[in-house]
Write a protein that binds this ligand. Structure first.
Ligand code: UD1
Ligand code: UDP
Length: 364
């Protein structure tokens, strides 16, 4: 990233000081390229709320992505949404007051995201939302509630896709909107030449959305869909899903091979080598597209509409017949670069610098 010395100065005549919040697995992964670009031009304080804490969900992901060790870990841990939000906001308030950043970056749509947004606003610090403008229009998803409130609070809204940009402009929010591309695309592109596809014929699956895991009939229907795969199914299990399978004593069909969550780079190998990917993850839908592996979403809707519009992602819900039909569908010929050119992180860093230089960065 090239920035002139003049650009690097905040209104207070020093490198801007930016506090970045992470909390859950996808935030760790997409923070890595942004962190690298930001540290070229600013001082970054990296704060992990500790929403995810198991080694497979957090420590191993930090190692796999070469994200620097966080400066603070706030130990928020598991709990109800209200508990995670309250603990996160309270602890982030203290850190923001102590660190006095010029801006706070939150990303995505987790409880850590919204806690960070509320804390920044309470401290009077400009708020940047990376991955702004995504909508599922489902109020029973905590992620939808989190991202809508975060977008309303943000001073700078960084859209990963053109449709997200259009959504933000239609909503006429008060924050400035910038189309940056998707840092998850930067991340994958930075690994593309180093990732060999995993061997064998298999379908790769991930499942963790609340509405798929928290109802035994629905989770059984997910397993029923996966059982229609003509290939063995590799299913690295999110701890939430593993807990529900055990709670309800659901029988896992023989061809489904359960595994622990895998580190990011192993996940890329598994994705690249898969015949098909079935998922309810936002990140995995985009990565399937980027690898050119057809995806079947175990959802009725998606925030990543480009994957469906281009024919690479089919919304099957948990309907076995729709799932089976999607497995047999032809593979599209075209795959336009809907998630950007792999340089989103540079644009994100520059937009943050511009925000601070505009004079918004003085801490109250
Ligand atoms: C969260 C995000 C979701 C994101 C997902 C990424 C919210 C509302 N949801 O969902 O958007 O897609 O992370 O993976 O923030 N657990 C562990 N170890 C951990 C973390 C969680 O065992 O390190 C178990 C606990 O039993 C916990 C459950 O998983 O209660 C759910 O974790 P939580 O962080 O509440 O939500 P996720 O389902 O992970
Ligand atoms: N991922 C991973 N190991 C796994 C499952 C997923 O590294 O066992 C990665 C995946 O490659 C993607 C990210 O986690 O980069 C997506 O996060 P997740 O599915 O937890 O959340 P979502 O994207 O749905 O918010």
């Amino acid at each position: 990233m090239n920035a002139s010395p003049q650009q690097e100065e905040s209104p207070r005549g020093r490198r801007p000081r930016i506090l970045s919040v992470i909390g859950a697995r996808p935030e760790i992964i997409q923070a890595a390229p942004v962190c690298a670009a930001l540290r070229e031009i600013a001082d970054e304080v990296l704060v992990h709320t500790g929403q995810h804490y198991s080694d497979a969900m957090s420590g191993a992901q930090i190692a796999a992505t070469s994200l620097p060790e966080p400066d603070h870990n706030l130990g928020v841990g598991s709990g109800s949404r209200g508990e995670q939000l309250a603990r996160g906001e309270e602890r982030l308030l203290e850190v923001i007051r102590a660190e006095r950043p010029d801006a706070v970056i939150v990303r995505g749509d987790t409880n850590a995201t919204l806690a960070g947004a509320r804390a920044a606003v309470a401290c009077g610090v400009p708020l940047v939302h990376v991955e702004a403008g995504l909508r599922s229009y489902r109020d029973d998803m905590p992620e939808e509630v989190n991202r809508v409130e975060t977008d309303r609070l943000a001073d700078l809204l960084l859209a990963p896709t053109d449709s997200a940009r259009a959504t933000l402009e239609d909503e006429e929010l008060r924050g400035r909107v910038v189309l940056t591309g998707d840092p998850l695309c930067d991340m994958l592109e930075s690994w593309r030449d180093r990732i060999a596809p995993a061997e064998g014929e298999y379908l790769l699956a991930t499942v963790h959305r609340n509405y798929n895991t928290d109802d035994p009939d629905r989770l059984a229907a997910v397993l029923g869909c996966l059982a229609r795969s003509p290939w063995p199914v590799v299913l690295p299990l999110h701890p939430r899903t593993l807990a529900r399978l055990k709670d309800w004593g659901l029988a896992v069909p023989e061809q489904i091979e359960l595994a622990d969550p895998v580190p990011y780079t192993r996940m890329l190998e598994l994705e690249r080598g898969a015949r098909r990917i079935a998922t309810d993850s936002g990140g995995v839908q985009r990565e399937a597209y980027l690898w050119g592996v057809p995806c079947i979403s175990l959802r009725e809707e998606t925030e990543w509409v480009e994957t469906v519009d281009t024919g690479w992602n089919t919304l099957a819900g948990v309907d076995e017949e729709r799932f089976a039909a999607a497995l047999a569908a032809p593979v599209p010929a075209e795959r336009p670069p809907v998630f950007g050119d792999g340089r989103a992180a540079e644009r994100i860093a520059q937009a943050v610098l511009d925000l601070v230089a505009s004079g918004m960065g003085a801490v109250a």
